[in-house]
Design a protein around this ligand. Structure first.
Ligand SMILES: [Zn+2]
Length: 513
């Protein structure tokens, strides 16, 4: 089961797409493949067409007429419209990746803090290619937009664009709707009880299959009739089938998926807020102390070794990695593993705590011990699978997902608030140099995320330096008595230079006890 953008992208709805086994002859599969090839070629042309419009107007236009695009294609106008919508969905996903990157560039820059804040707001609104925006609304108030901010944003966008290749459309599946595909349920078959598959009525002349997909071909008025078996599991999932199909090719075989709009499930929250720290060993930790997916890193290392070996062999043989079947298969296995782990563990957390609000950081999976290639794969797919799953939890159960900025959550003590890079012993262990608290590093980070979720917008648009200063201030202003963090070992803390003026000389350390 996988989640895809539905026919109305942007609407709050979860979709499942399910494989339906087909019984196409080789000749029919060949016909479908011809459509698929033409579709992918057209998609590339339409991508360039939409992108050109994006640079002219500053935004993507779903209603842009694809039949006016400069391309030669055997596809009908209906196919072109379907293809064009899909290309817009893919491009908006790509712009989302660029937005993330621009955000990171702004936060990592040496610009004045105030300008960073302004640029982050413009970036979040996607104003990369706008030249004449004069104001933006911030909390109900119109704020002026400075031309030099727009210029700088455009420059950062260009840089992000250079670092991130455009999506490759050579292997996409077609996402088709009723314009070009129509499903027929045979009257001479009846669904079994509780939707568990199909049964043929007795009698003469009964069709061999319960479902037929009539798919437009490259020849007008000569659709391809695709015989489909039922999928008892998918038919039992609560929801409503949509007139929406995904047709692609994997391992030389054509596949057909149907799309279902999933129904919300009854859900009673038992926990108000649950914060989640995503790492690699374990994959997830919560503020409640759960550690889930402890074997995750070890398995990744095994995948990494396998993929690296394939890459080295391909290089020796002078072959391009993308064209090596073995590599594609290994990456497909890795993706299936990642997706399965993310879904499985998040399902478990929901079953364990039933949170009303889930607090997460920006989900970027990276590990120093893994190859660059593996880190790239992890970062791309991991983030995507997390996002998809969280969206699904939001739609199906109404769980609210709150994203917060994770800056310094791994170096701040969740007990006393003392922040110091020395608190972090290694990837697993946290030991506070001020209060002596020892705790799993990720659980500690999750607790800090939880605390941060109550600040306005979770400090998501606050530059790192400002966050550090706020943390230092908080930690010094904590009420004395108990373990006051002000007694921390400031002399060896590299952050002491960011203390508010007047406090840069550490207070005399009254010894504990
Ligand atoms: Zn502490």
């Amino acid at each position: 089961m996988s989640k895809r953008k539905g026919p109305q992208a942007g609407s709050k709805q979860a979709f499942g797409s399910y494989l339906f086994p087909h019984a196409m002859t080789r000749a029919k599969q060949r016909e479908v493949r011809e459509v698929l090839r033409a579709y992918r070629r057209a998609a590339r042309g339409l991508l360039a067409y939409h992108l050109r419009r994006f640079y002219e107007t500053g935004h993507l236009d779903r209603r842009l007429d694809p039949t006016k695009a400069p391309l030669t294609t055997p596809l009908s106008d209906r196919y072109l419209w379907v293809c064009s919508q899909q290309v817009v969905d893919i491009l908006s996903g790509y712009l989302g990746v660029l937005e993330e990157r621009v955000r990171a560039l702004i936060l990592g820059s040496t610009l004045p803090e105030e300008q960073k804040g302004r640029l982050l707001r413009l970036n979040a609104r996607g104003l990369w290619q706008q030249r004449d925006v004069k104001t933006v609304k911030v909390g109900g108030q119109e704020m002026p937009v400075l031309p030099e901010d727009l210029r700088l944003l455009r420059h950062l966008f260009r840089r992000a664009r250079k670092e991130n290749r455009l999506p490759r459309l050579g292997r996409i599946a077609m996402h088709l709707d009723g314009k070009v595909a129509r499903l027929e349920a045979r009257k001479d078959w009846v669904p079994k009880r509780k939707n568990r598959g199909w049964r043929a009525r007795r009698g003469e002349g009964v069709a061999l299959f319960p479902l037929w997909l009539h798919l437009s071909s490259l020849v007008p008025r000569q659709p391809i009739a695709v015989p489909l078996e039922g999928n008892p599991y998918a038919e039992g999932v609560p929801g409503a089938w949509r007139n929406f199909f995904q047709i692609g090719e994997e391992g030389g075989r054509v596949y057909v998926r149907r799309v279902k709009a999933l129904e919300g499930r009854p859900y009673t929250p038992r926990t108000e807020r649950l914060a989640l720290d995503v790492g690699l060993s374990p994959l997830m930790a919560t503020d409640r102390g759960d550690l889930l997916g402890r074997g995750f890193l070890r398995l990744l290392q095994a995948y990494d070794a396998e993929i690296q070996a394939i890459a080295r062999k391909a290089q020796r043989e002078g072959r391009r990695l993308r064209e090596v079947q073995e590599y594609r298969e290994a990456v497909a296995r890795l993706r299936a593993f990642l997706k399965n782990e993310v879904n499985r563990l998040l399902n478990r957390l929901v079953a364990l705590h039933a949170p009303r609000v889930l607090v997460v950081e920006r989900l970027d999976l990276r590990a120093p011990g893994l190859s660059r290639r593996m880190n790239r794969l992890l970062s791309n797919f991991g983030r995507r699978y997390f996002k998809e799953k969280l969206e699904r939890l939001e739609v199906l159960y109404g769980i609210q997902v709150v994203e917060v900025n994770p800056a310094y959550t791994s170096q701040t003590c969740s007990s006393c608030g003392y922040v110091d890079p020395g608190n972090r012993q290694d990837t697993q262990a946290f030991r506070c140099l001020a209060c002596g608290r020892e705790i799993n590093a990720q659980v500690n980070a999750a607790r800090n995320l939880l605390g941060r979720s109550s600040s306005p917008d979770g400090w998501r648009y606050t530059p790192k330096r400002q966050i550090l200063q706020a943390l230092l201030r908080e930690c010094l202003e904590r009420p004395k008595g108990g373990w006051s963090a002000a007694r921390g070992p400031w002399g060896s803390n590299p952050y002491r230079v960011y203390l508010p003026p007047g406090l840069q000389t550490p207070p005399p350390g009254n010894k504990r006890g």
